[in-house]
Design a binder for this molecule. Structure first.
Ligand code: NDP
Length: 249
């Protein structure tokens, strides 16, 4: 339970990668004294976070279930922390989707938008009224460099991040009047399970109906150069966690 004066930070998608690192970094900052509510959709995946949090777990870091794709789960989670007020919301949960449009089902595309776009909208809608009422708060959204630039075979993921950029740019102006900040972070490549999953997707990728020139470009130009970029410029989840911490301070 947060004590008075402690800032309550709620983070989505803390089972791995960037979310896990943000949760641990903030929970360990004794000077700032954050109270972190780390959330994940499947609590059976909590071990990595619990281990990384060490003796912060159960003190400055508590854990709650939260699936950003479910209205019910989001409402239940925010209701359960209402008397503590969320001072800072970090929308980190996200999924990727790589492949030619012809090989991707509508269901898969909708799942990406449900998570990366509507997941963020759902969270913001639930915490915003209280932040506006208290005229205080900070909402952070984990976008991507792909929220600014389209990339071959990343059509749907890119679109979901572009949509979020537009949504946030518009909303940020309205929230400022209530002294509520809305910030976006646009990381380039980060070494997380996201990257592992992407490489796995590539190895299984099929190209039905895709023209030979696009397939050749993807395999011979795009893929080798993205691997090089990952190796040369890839950041760690800790780097993004430090950047997030700076933004909220
Ligand atoms: P990870 O795959 O390591 O983490 C993604 C997290 O989101 C996991 O905890 C996952 O949970 C969670 N998640 C997925 N769907 C849901 C859901 N419906 N409800 C709640 N949580 C969910 O990837 P990253 O740490 O790299 O990604 C974090 C964010 O950073 C994403 O928004 C991503 O788009 C963004 N990003 C990542 C980059 C990269 O190169 N890695 C670059 C730019 C942006 P579960 O374990 O249950 O699947």
């Amino acid at each position: 339970m947060a004590s008075s004066g402690q800032k309550v930070v709620l983070i989505t998608g803390c089972s791995s990668g960037i979310g896990l690192r943000i949760a641990v970094l903030l929970a360990r900052d004794e000077k700032k004294g954050y109270h972190v509510i780390a959330t994940m959709r499947d609590l059976r995946k909590k071990d990595k976070l619990v281990e990384a949090a060490g003796n912060c777990y159960g003190k400055t870091l508590t854990l709650l279930p939260l699936d950003v794709c479910s209205d019910e789960s989001v409402k239940k989670c925010i209701d359960s922390v209402k008397d503590r007020h969320v001072d800072i919301l970090i929308n980190n949960a996200g999924i990727g989707l790589l492949g030619p449009l012809e090989s991707i089902s509508m269901e898969e595309m909708k799942r990406v938008f449900e998570t990366n776009f509507f997941g963020v909208v759902r969270m913001i809608k639930e915490v915003m009224p209280d932040m506006k009422k208290r005229r205080s708060g900070h909402i952070v959204v984990m976008s991507s460099v792909m929220g600014l630039q389209g990339v071959v075979f990343n059509d749907v993921y890119t679109a979901s991040k572009f949509a979020m950029e537009g949504f946030c740019e518009s909303l940020a102006v309205q929230l400022l009047k209530f002294n509520v900040n809305l910030s976006m972070i646009e990381p380039g490549p980060v070494h997380t399970e996201f990257e592992t999953k992407m490489m796995d997707d590539v190895s299984k990728m099929e190209y039905p109906g895709t023209d030979a020139e696009t397939v050749r470009y993807f395999k011979d130009v795009y893929l080798p150069s993205s691997i090089d970029i990952f190796e040369a410029m890839g950041q760690t989840p800790q780097d993004i966690a430090r950047c997030t911490k700076k933004i909220i301070e």
